[in-house]
Design a protein around this ligand. Structure first.
Ligand code: NAP
Length: 248
């Protein structure tokens, strides 16, 4: 069953990893997909083709989610190209890990800008069109680290925890307009990037997870499909941990 037939979605940061997984599963569910990337043009062009081969409309846009004006322009462009936007998935994110002792001001600010200010930028840009059409689903990609904290990731944890407060506030502000805002908190998700890590270390992480495996981008994408679709039409302001039971 296709759960997103006829819906138009914007997914930020979809040139690789989890975002790419979301774009692909969304297209398989019939959604038209506008997606962004920061610098990976070749990967974005390739993904655009793969999504179109699934029979949906798809387009990649180079757009820095941390930049307010670029987010405004992006939403204008997507509206011109797609006509309307039903779903926003704020997935773009970065890490600049270090113990506080060694964390520079620049690395703190950068992570807050890309991970947290970006969801302000994108939500602000999409607000008017969603208010006008009287519906919308926004899904923000946090992390178990935002719920629980993590040594060496104070900047990242602050950005991801901030996303939760922002999303719950938006859910309260926009509920009466039929705009829902939810959060997904992924645990350890295995991507090309984690494929480069030491296998013994990674196996240790898997063993510590109740379901005894790392998650896949598809595991996160499936949760996004649910929150984007009408199956979740009475759910807003929630944080869904998709972590194999890590935080249990
Ligand atoms: P990833 O493989 O590093 O991909 C990040 C994506 O975001 C890329 O498409 C990248 O584009 C894009 N991006 C980076 N900075 C951007 C910017 N300023 N503006 C627009 N796009 C930007 O990351 P991932 O592992 O898939 O993670 C995706 C999200 O899930 C992040 O928010 C992350 O914090 C969260 N998360 C991941 C895990 C995990 O285990 N992987 C766990 C919990 C939460 P380019 O390719 O052009 O650089």
């Amino acid at each position: 069953m296709k759960l997103l037939e006829g819906k138009n979605a914007i997914i930020t940061g979809a040139s690789r990893g989890i975002g790419k997984g979301i774009a692909t599963v969304f297209a398989q569910h019939g959604a038209n997909v506008a997606f962004t990337y920061n610098s990976s043009k070749e990967a974005a062009d390739q993904l655009e083709k793969e999504l179109e081969d699934l029979g949906v409309k798809a387009r990649g846009y180079q757009s820095n989610a941390a930049n307010f004006d670029e987010a405004q322009t992006l939403v204008e462009d997507v509206l011109k190209d797609f006509g309307s936007i039903d779903v926003l998935i704020n997935n773009a994110g970065i890490t600049k890990d270090n113990l506080l002792m060694r964390m520079s001001e620049e690395d703190f600010d950068k992570v807050i800008e890309v991970n947290l200010k970006s969801i302000y930028n994108m939500s602000k840009a999409i607000l008017r069109p969603m208010l006008k059409q009287k519906h919308g689903s926004i899904v923000n990609m946090s992390s178990v680290v935002g719920v629980k904290g993590n040594a060496g990731q104070a900047n990242y944890a602050a950005s991801k925890a901030g996303m939760i407060g922002f999303s719950k506030s938006l859910a309260l502000e926009l509920g009466s307009r039929n705009i829902r805002t939810n959060v997904i908190a992924p645990g350890f998700i295995e991507t090309e990037m984690t494929g480069k890590l030491d296998e013994k270390t990674v196996q240790g992480w898997r063993d510590a997870i109740p379901l005894k495996r790392g998650g896949s981008p598809e595991d996160i994408a499936n949760a996004c499909v649910f929150l984007a679709s009408d199956l979740s039409s009475y759910i807003t302001g929630q944080v869904l941990n998709v972590d194999g039971g890590m935080l249990t």
